[in-house]
Design a protein around this ligand. Structure first.
Ligand code: HEM
Ligand code: HEM
Length: 290
C-alpha cells in the first residue's frame, strides 16, 4: 500500500513538474504575440514544426497512445489478466493521458488553428471527462486488485468493519448503530434523480473530514482516546463511505455507463484527426529529427 502511494506521489510530481519546467523554459516565446514570433530568436526551434515543439507533439502523442493501449490491453485482453493490478494501470493511464495532452498543448505553442484544432479540443474534452470518470470510477467499490466488488463482497466487507469496530472499541452493537445513525443524519438532505444522487455523493465526499471529526467526537464521548481513537474514527469513516457507495451503487453504475458513451467518441474523433494531421505533416516533409 505504501509503495503504491509513493508511486502515485512520484507520478503526480512528474506530471506537474514537467509541464511547469517546459512552460518556464518557453515562457518568453509563448507570451510573444503571434505576428512577432517569426522574429523571436528561438522561432526556428519553437514553432510547431520546430525541433523542440515538434518533439513535444510526437512524445505527447506517443504518451496518449501508450496510455490508452496499455490500459485497454490490461482491461480487455485475457493475455494481460495476470500482469499486475488494474488500478496501477489506471494510474499510469491517467498519468500518461494528462502529461501527454499538456505536451501537445506546448506543441501547438498555444495556436489553436486548422482542422487539427478539432482534435485538440476533443483531446481536452476527453481529459475533462476523464476527471469526472475517475470520480465515478471510485464510487463503485473495488477489490485490492481493482476488480468491481460483488454486492455480497461489499456486505461482507462492511460486516467485517463493523465487527472490528465493535471488538476494538468494546461498544455495544446498539451504541455503535446509534452513533453511526447520528453521524449519518448530519450528512445533508438527499436529492432525487441521477444527477441529484451524484451531487449528494460529491457533498458527502467533500464533507468527509467533518464526518471523521464527528466520529472522533462520538468516540471521545464513549471515553476512547489516544491512538485507538484515531484508528476507530478512520475505521468508522471507511464503513460509512462504503455504505454510502452501496446506497448509490445503481445510479453510479448507470452514470459510469453513460460516461463511457461520452469519453469514447471524443477519443475516436481525436485519434482520427490526429492520424490525418500526422499524415499531412509527414507528406509535407516534417520528419522531425530524421
Ligand atoms: C493530439 C495530437 C496533436 C495535436 C492536437 C496537434 C495539434 C497541432 C496544432 C493545433 C498545430 C498548429 C496549427 C497552426 O499552426 O495553427 C500543429 C502543428 C503541427 N503539428 Fe501537430 N498536433 C498533434 C500531434 C502531432 C504529431 C504527432 C506530429 C508529428 C508528426 C505533429 C506535427 C505537426 C507539425 C509538423 C505542425 C506544423 C505544421 C505547420 O507549421 O504547417 N503534430 N499541431
Ligand atoms: C487524451 C486523453 C485521454 C484519452 C485519449 C483517454 C482514453 C480512454 C479510453 C479509450 C478509455 C477506455 C478504455 C477501455 O475501456 O478499454 C479510457 C478509460 C478511462 N479513462 Fe481515459 N483517456 C484520457 C484521459 C484520461 C484522464 C485525464 C483521466 C482521469 C483524470 C482518465 C480516466 C479514465 C477512466 C477512469 C477510465 C475508465 C476505466 C474503466 O472503465 O475501466 N482518462 N480512457
Amino acid at each position: 500500500m505504501k509503495a503504491h502511494i509513493l508511486f502515485i506521489v512520484v507520478l503526480i510530481a512528474v506530471a506537474l513538474l514537467v509541464p511547469l519546467a517546459i512552460g518556464l523554459r518557453g515562457c518568453d516565446y509563448y507570451t510573444t504575440p503571434e505576428a512577432e514570433r517569426p522574429f523571436h530568436p528561438r522561432y526556428e526551434v519553437m514553432k510547431p514544426s520546430g525541433v523542440e515543439s515538434h518533439g513535444y507533439g510526437i512524445v505527447g502523442s506517443l504518451m496518449i497512445i501508450g496510455g490508452v493501449a496499455m490500459y485497454a490491453s490490461r482491461k480487455r485482453l485475457p493475455f494481460f489478466r495476470n500482469a499486475g493490478p488494474i488500478r496501477t494501470y489506471l494510474s499510469v493511464h491517467i498519468f500518461l493521458c494528462l502529461l501527454g495532452p499538456s505536451l501537445i498543448v506546448y506543441h501547438t505553442t498555444f495556436k489553436f488553428g486548422g482542422l487539427v484544432a478539432v482534435s485538440l479540443w476533443s483531446m481536452l474534452a476527453v481529459v475533462a471527462s476523464g476527471v469526472i470518470g475517475r470520480y465515478l470510477y471510485v464510487q463503485i467499490p473495488k477489490t485490492i486488485q481493482g476488480q468491481e466488488m460483488t454486492e455480497g463482497e461489499m456486505t461482507k466487507e462492511s460486516d467485517v468493519l463493523r465487527q472490528t469496530l465493535l471488538a476494538t472499541s468494546g461498544l455495544a452493537p446498539a451504541d455503535l448503530e446509534q452513533m453511526e445513525a447520528l453521524v449519518h443524519s448530519r450528512d445533508g438532505k438527499r436529492h432525487a434523480g441521477i444527477l441529484g444522487v451524484l451531487l449528494d455523493g460529491l457533498t458527502f465526499d467533500l464533507h468527509r473530514r467533518r464526518q471523521l471529526r464527528l466520529f472522533r467526537q462520538e468516540f471521545e464521548r464513549s471515553r476512547i482516546s489516544g491512538q485507538l481513537l484515531a484508528r476507530l474514527s478512520h475505521l468508522a469513516l471507511r464503513r460509512s463511505v462504503l455504505r454510502r457507495r452501496m446506497e448509490m451503487l445503481e445510479q453510479s453504475r448507470k452514470l459510469f455507463h453513460l460516461w463511457h458513451v461520452i469519453h469514447l467518441p471524443f477519443t475516436i474523433v481525436m485519434f482520427v484527426i490526429l492520424f490525418i494531421h500526422v499524415g499531412v505533416a509527414v507528406a509535407f516533409g516534417y520528419w522531425w529529427i530524421w
